[in-house]
Ligand binder design. Structure first.
Ligand SMILES: *[C@@H]1O[C@H](CO)[C@@H](O)[C@H](O)[C@H]1NC(C)=O
Ligand SMILES: *[C@@H]1O[C@H](CO)[C@@H](O)[C@H](O)[C@H]1NC(C)=O
Ligand SMILES: *[C@@H]1O[C@H](CO)[C@@H](O)[C@H](O)[C@H]1NC(C)=O
Ligand SMILES: *[C@@H]1O[C@H](CO)[C@@H](O)[C@H](O)[C@H]1NC(C)=O
Length: 470
């Protein structure tokens, strides 16, 4: 008999406790300078219990009080308001929230005769930052560390985080300013020793604010004096050759504004050459061209020069190349390929036969051809004519192969044919398949220039050793 009575009592107690409820939001986020509401609602289903007072407080001090009997009292009416307070609701409004308003707000309700109940809301104040990123257009490749890009996240709350994405080595310096309104300004700088190679390179600043990532892609700008090269001398300038020219190429930031062709000793250019911007044309080669030429390029940062030594030959360099040989060579290549195909066909066929007849028998052909594919060396040695038409003027000097054809009668036609072959990618590729000896190198000077004449400067730039500083 005792047990059901106890349960009944407990049940009554429960309904008494649940009869008065205060509900608030656990957390409210307000944006700095904007209005924010903190609701507090009271429910009581016991008509014998009355609400005698509702009070909002923060940090132990009262902000606003409402009593159904005595009305409303707000301590700082400009910063806080009670919206339509009643026995069942008292919403605290902050018309323009400040960073200092952040904190815990407690809604405390006095019930008569049941006593006090309370609930707490956490107010968080945030502010959207203003983001800005910029590459330093004044950066100069002068060997000194400097800021190449700056990223700024202003007046954010909480403070933003800034990171950088780039392949360029450098250091990041970040500073944070605490503003009086409770916001933070974060400035991050990417510091490095810029080189000409860093010019126009991509870099991305990533600003993270309240878990939102904002990437800002940038392109670096690094100023550097001109980097000059001269192309067009093929080491086969011989007397009476016409239509040759030198091309002066230069990069620079800002872009080069002038190209000047000079001689090394300061004497005027020979009358047989014509300088036009970055080009130096030689209508007909003679002894007066047998000298060094300087191309001097200037931009806002200064002038740099490249010296091209020209050696004029009495006669054209012995070449194995002429139009007829090219045609013959192409036919020769095709014939050799056909021959090889036939050999491979026969080998495979015989191999198949052997496999059927006696598997263990040694077959020299199988060994020679390995997987059934001819070796490159075999191809080359089989027909010495192959290399003749396909060689550029440069590599031939080094290859040590004795020239076999001295035909010079139509030099220009020969040149045209050479370059026609060079430009024809499909043919080029086919030739490359045949063997390494047949590979064409259209600009032999560039290779030697890169290998021998480049010098790393302390500022990280690469300047030709033959360059002349003006
Ligand atoms: C607000 O209350 C939470 C727990 O509810 C506490 O962790 C936090 O420190 C309080 N904040 C302040 C400013 O008192
Ligand atoms: C980064 O800073 C350190 C210390 O100041 C310095 O030794 C280093 O060279 C810097 N690295 C780069 C890539 O600038
Ligand atoms: C700025 O604010 C941060 C975070 O609130 C704090 O750690 C830092 O000490 C403050 N700095 C200054 C100079 O007030
Ligand atoms: C060009 O000059 C070199 C020496 O610098 C000399 O050996 C060569 O014979 C000259 N060429 C001509 C065509 O005079």
């Amino acid at each position: 008999m005792q047990c059901p009575l106890l349960l009944l009592l407990l049940g009554l107690l429960c309904t008494v406790i649940e009869a008065q409820q205060i509900s608030v939001n656990d957390k409210v986020t307000g944006t700095l300078g904007q209005q924010v509401n903190l609701p507090c609602t009271i429910s009581s289903n016991d008509p014998n219990i009355r609400v005698s007072q509702i009070m909002w407080e923060k940090g132990g001090s009262s902000i606003a009080v409402f009593s159904p009997q005595h009305g409303t009292h707000v301590s700082e009416p400009t910063n806080f308001q009670l919206i339509e307070p009643s026995a069942s609701s008292a919403t605290l409004r902050l018309p323009s929230v400040r960073a200092a308003d952040e904190g815990n707000y407690t809604c405390e309700v006095t019930f008569f005769p049941a006593g006090n109940r309370k609930a707490t809301t956490k107010l968080v104040v945030s502010a959207m930052p203003l983001n800005f990123a910029q590459a330093n257009t004044e950066a100069i490749a002068n060997g000194e560390e400097q800021t190449v890009a700056t990223c700024r996240s202003s007046n954010g709350r909480p403070p933003s985080q800034i990171s950088w994405q780039t392949s360029l080595p450098g250091n990041v310096t970040t500073t944070m300013t605490n503003n009086t309104d409770g916001t933070y300004t974060v400035v991050s700088r990417y510091v490095m020793t810029p080189t000409s190679q860093a010019d126009r390179m991509p870099i991305t600043c990533v600003i993270t604010h309240e878990s939102v990532e904002v990437p800002i892609p940038l392109k670096l700008s690094v100023m550097y004096p001109p980097e000059v090269t001269v192309e067009g001398f093929d080491d086969n300038w011989h007397l009476k050759r016409n239509g040759v020219f030198l091309t002066c190429s230069a990069k620079g930031n800002p872009p080069p504004t002038s190209f000047i062709w000079k001689t090394t000793d300061g004497s005027p250019l020979p009358p047989t050459v014509r300088a036009k911007d970055n080009m130096l044309y030689v209508d007909e080669v003679d002894e007066r061209v047998n000298r060094s030429f300087i191309c001097e390029v200037t931009n806002a940062l200064g002038s740099r020069a490249f010296r091209q030594d020209v050696l004029v030959r009495e006669h054209a360099m012995q070449t194995q190349t002429n139009a007829g040989a090219i045609a013959g060579g192409v036919i020769g290549v095709i014939l050799v390929l056909l021959l090889l195909a036939a050999i491979i066909f026969i080998v495979i066929k015989r191999k198949g036969l052997h496999n059927k007849q006696d598997r263990g028998t040694y077959n020299p052909k199988t060994r020679v051809f390995g997987t059934g594919k001819p070796s490159q060396e075999f191809t080359y040695q089989d027909d010495g004519e192959l290399d003749k038409p396909l060689k550029g003027p440069g590599p031939m000097r080094d290859s040590g192969l004795s020239p076999s054809l001295g035909d010079e009668e139509d030099e220009d036609e020969e040149e045209r044919m050479k370059y026609k072959v060079l430009e024809d990618d499909e043919e080029d590729e086919r030739f490359n398949e045949v063997g390494p000896m047949l590979q064409l190198r259209p600009h032999p000077q560039i290779d030697s220039y890169l290998d021998d004449d480049m010098e790393s400067q302390t500022d990280g730039s690469i300047i030709s050793r033959t360059a002349v500083y003006v």
